[in-house]
Design a protein around this ligand. Structure first.
Ligand SMILES: Cc1cc2nc3c(=O)[nH]c(=O)nc-3n(C[C@H](O)[C@H](O)[C@H](O)COP(=O)(O)O)c2cc1C
Length: 270
């Protein structure tokens, strides 16, 4: 059947990439699946290029769940990825709260842009805000589920099975999830930005990895654009120099850690 497997992901703290790599590796063990392009669209420059796939392409695409939805900063780019009756497998990674309508939304974007969605899944990754919520996930058990999923996708393609997926999620989509304070009032964390402490060695890694390209090169404590709270500059800083000190944000983080302790499992739609 000779198909080309292309992988695309946005992954600020690496959990989405980890799951996609595992699924892709398993699919590529089959001799009739050839390796296509790998496009990591975490950095802003990559998102300036449009992408087009053909009938023999399979697109495995992954994004993190932000506020129960597809990250709104990615909507324009995701809608610029076009297929021509190409097969697609959307994957969302979430931090053990919920993926709400993110997977169905990603499914819809792909379906509206020329893709035939043949399978979909949600996986769990350590929460961007926390070191304890879904700590170290995806773990061995998640990755084993990812490999099995790779086998199931292959069988479905090979046998040309056409079946409704019934992906979890609502139409119309629910509103973006908003954190609440202790008395139930909404907390707007959009404007808060990371601080830099004096352990910073000015290595510029944060400048290079910020998905919004927002950190100032000359003075890395200055932000020139928006912060999406993705956790890249905080979790990947070699000297732990970046942090949030906003009380509303920290309270929300503690609340998530407390309320969503119970382990969630990946959902597979095939
Ligand atoms: C702004 C923002 C909003 C998030 N919203 C949710 C959410 O609604 N539900 C959830 O379970 N996790 C949520 N997360 C956590 C991420 O979905 C999760 O940590 C994901 O694994 C990160 O993927 P990455 O490591 O590929 O960047 C959010 C993270 C950020 C930065």
């Amino acid at each position: 059947m000779l198909k080309k497997l292309n992988t695309m992901y946005f992954s600020a703290t690496g959990t989405t990439k980890k799951v996609l790599d595992e699924i892709a590796e398993k699919l590529l063990k089959n001799i009739d699946i050839l390796k296509g392009d790998t496009i990591d669209f975490t950095l802003p420059d990559i998102r300036k290029n449009s992408v087009l796939f053909s009938e023999n392409d399979i697109l495995l695409i992954g994004i993190p769940v932000y506020a129960g939805r597809v990250p709104n900063v990615l909507l324009k780019y995701l809608n610029s990825i076009k297929g021509k009756r190409s097969k697609a497998i959307p994957i969302v990674l979430y931090g053990n709260r919920n993926y709400d309508d993110a997977l169905i939304e990603l499914n819809d974007i792909l379906s509206n842009n020329g893709f035939d969605v043949i399978a979909a899944a949600s996986f769990i990754g350590e929460h961007s805000f926390s070191y304890t919520l879904a700590k170290n996930r995806p773990d061995a058990s998640d990755l084993s589920i990812a490999r099995n999923f790779g086998d199931e996708i292959y069988n479905k393609i090979k046998k040309n099975i056409d079946k409704d997926l019934n992906i979890k999620g609502l139409h119309p989509y629910r509103k973006y999830y908003i954190p609440k304070d202790e008395v139930g009032n909404p907390v707007d964390i959009r404007k808060i930005t990371p601080k830099t402490n004096n352990t910073c060695i000015d290595c510029k890694l944060c400048v290079e990895i910020c998905p919004m390209g927002s950190i100032d090169y000359e003075d890395v404590s200055i932000l020139n654009g928006i912060c999406i709270k993705c956790g890249a500059c905080i979790k990947r800083c070699p000297t732990n120099s970046k942090y949030f000190d906003d009380e509303g944000y920290l309270r929300h983080k503690r609340e998530l850690e407390y309320e969503f302790k119970g382990r969630k499992s990946p959902d597979i739609f095939i």
